[in-house]
Structures are given as C-alpha cells and as structure tokens.
Design a protein around this ligand. Structure first.
Ligand SMILES: *Cc1c(COP(=O)(O)O)cnc(C)c1O
Length: 229
C-alpha cells in the first residue's frame, strides 16, 4: 500500500543504501520534503510520519501554509527553495531556516539589509546553474567565485553552501553534481571561515542517489513523497 509514510520510509532506505555504497554516514544527508503545490493536509501527513524539513518554492503559497492552523503548531523547519526576488525577501525572513535560491549579489544584499533591520541572522545557499541551460536560474560557476569576496562580507547573513538543479540526463546530472562539489571546494579556499561552507543542496526524486554519491548534504524530494501512480 502506498502512502506518504511508506514513500518516506522507502526513500530513507534508498538514502541509507546510497550512503553505504558511497561510504557516507546517512546522518550526513538531510531529506527535505518538497511540498510545493501540495495542500497543508498532506504536509501534516508527512510531518506526522516523522518528516521535519519541508521545502517550498512560491512565497505566497509558503506563507499560507506557514500560517495554516493544521501546521502552525508543528515545529517544521521550512526551506525556501524557489527563485527569490529581492522584493519578496522581507515576507519570508525569520520564517525559514535556510534560503536555497539566491542567485544575485543584489538579492544577497537585500537579504543582508533586511536581516540587519530585523536583528536576525539568516543562512543561505547560492543557486548555481551547472547545466548552462538558459531556462534555469542560477549564477555561473565563475560568477560565484568572482562575487564571493563581496558576499562573504555582507552582515547578518552567512553563505552555507551551494544549490543546483541538474540536467534531466543522468550522465550530465552526475557531472553537474561533481562540478558543484568542486566549486564548493574552491570557495572554501577563499572563504574567511571555510567551516561555515558545508552544504550541497542537490538531487531530486529522479537523481538523489547520484547526488549522494557526489556529496549532497541535502536532497530535495517532492514527487517521490507526495505523488504516486
Ligand atoms: C520541485 C522541486 C524539487 C522536487 O522535485 P521532484 O522531482 O518532485 O522531487 C526540488 N528542487 C526544486 C528547486 C524544486 O523546485
């Protein structure tokens, strides 16, 4: 019988198996359940099955779920994984534990400004366009390295790592995951505090095992949890 709980259990087993093969500790990979377009009832069902971290892509939809009476008493850790425009920063600040989709210095500057205003500290990831597909958001790998010095000095926000959405093709995806890991290594070399740069958000329903082999610390899984048949 398929249910959200059994889907989560099956994915956890796949994570464990991939970690075993890769010689990694399963505790080093966090499963983020991507609940975009799914109603609060299904988020609650996943939460009741033990899932704590959820990813949302659209600001208004996230805010509706954040305030939903079904969820507002649940200690959920929300991740914002969508493309974040500067003018939307202030509506989500303080409500999410990590922002994955920053892809411009100007958006990071806005995030920093708002964090200072609210006297908050915000962790974020840079979205990198590893595939080179023009339809995808994200900074180029070279852009990440050239903007890094400016990003590291913004107050009240901390760059924790990198995020990417890989190509559909599995061979290309594996190469892009490796490229993201190598880019994080390069970034660590120039970072004032490399110990903060630990996160690789990569891998989705179709490719998370390959991402784990290449070092993913967070996988973002939607359809394999919330949809079936
Ligand atoms: C929708 C989405 C996912 C989840 O994709 P699935 O293939 O459904 O697992 C992961 N990351 C981002 C950024 C997304 O928008």
């Amino acid at each position: 019988m398929e249910s959200i709980a059994s889907n989560i259990e099956a994915i956890r087993e796949q994570i464990n198996a991939a970690c075993r093969e890769a010689g990694r500790d399963p505790a080093s990979v966090r499963l983020i359940a991507v609940s975009k377009t799914k109603p609060a009832e299904l988020v609650r069902e996943a939460f009741d099955a033990g899932q704590i971290e959820f990813g949302e892509s659209y600001v208004q939809e996230f805010l509706d779920k954040y305030d939903d009476p079904l969820l507002d008493q649940c200690p959920i850790e929300w991740h914002f994984i969508g493309h974040l425009q500067s003018n939307k920063v202030r509506s989500i600040i303080g409500k999410v534990s990590l922002i994955h989709g920053i892809d411009k210095l100007s958006t990071a500057e806005e995030l920093s400004k708002r964090a200072v205003q609210h006297n908050l500290h915000v962790d974020y990831l840079l979205e990198v366009n590893t595939s080179g597909e023009t339809s995808k958001y994200g900074m180029s790998p070279d852009g990440v390295l050239s903007e890094a010095a400016a990003l590291f000095h913004l107050p009240n926000i901390t760059l924790r790592g990198l995020m990417t959405i890989a190509s559909y093709d599995s061979v290309a995806a594996r190469r892009e995951f490796r490229q993201l890991r190598e880019l994080l290594d390069s970034l660590r070399v120039i970072a004032p505090d490399p110990s903060k740069l630990t996160e690789l958000s990569m891998g989705m329903s179709g490719d998370f095992e390959a991402a784990i082999h290449e070092g993913a610390t967070m996988i973002r899984v939607g359809s394999a949890i919330f949809s079936w048949r």
